[in-house]
Design a binder for this molecule. Sequence first.
Ligand code: PRP
Ligand code: URA
Length: 227
Amino acid sequence: MHGERRPRTLSHMPSMPTAATNLMVYDHPLIQHKLTILRDKRTKHEDFRQLLNQIAGLMAFEVSRDLPSRAIEVETPVACTMGTQLATPTTIVPILRAGLAMMDGFLALFPEARVGHVGIYRDEATAKPITYYCKLPPDIAAGTAIIVDPMLATGGSAIHAINLLRAKGCRDIRFVGLVAAPEGIAALHATHPDVPIHVAAIDERLNERFYIVPGLGDAGDRIFGTQ
Ligand code: PRP
Ligand code: URA
């Protein structure tokens, strides 16, 4: 990674929600505090993993706000009453590798969720996505699919993952990331305008190697200590 030393403000960051563009930016101070530690190049991979999962858990709460639910009768020790139950199955879809580090945070809130794995990496020279693995529940289209990946750079990996879910008939697809480049948001909106994008920050731009600036570096390497 080429370091860029100039400190940057986050004043360009819109606050959530900007629903008109299907884009939610989580400006919650707890999330921004943890994100700032993640950006710090001195943060060790064990802390990185823990913080990323914590942020994912906080975002999981908000992205699930409008999940379909139905009324059910429940008998308490005292009386019968009406309660609520999620009406459709939820599938969390991490994009390997980095999306794996958001799974524990999501599954803490969705213990009954199914998990579909999509393995995609970017070609180092072109940044074009290359799929090497895909294992999804056969009936994934019966409910909501939430794609998780901390980085939305060119948008190629997310678009590719959504294409795979569309091919399975999925209609309710949501993307949850940590840091996005404007280029990635624009590309994702242009290709899949109906897919809501949930992120903690919109950064300035991509550099000549298609890394997000200021970003946090290579998420997979920082998570797994493979730098
Ligand atoms: C990273 C990241 C995203 C992708 C984002 O994965 O986790 O999947 O890059 O970039 P894009 O928006 O330009 O597609 P990477 O390709 O580094 O693979 P890895 O997680 O296996 O290291
Ligand atoms: N993938 C990463 O892990 N980081 C970036 O900045 C861009 C793509």
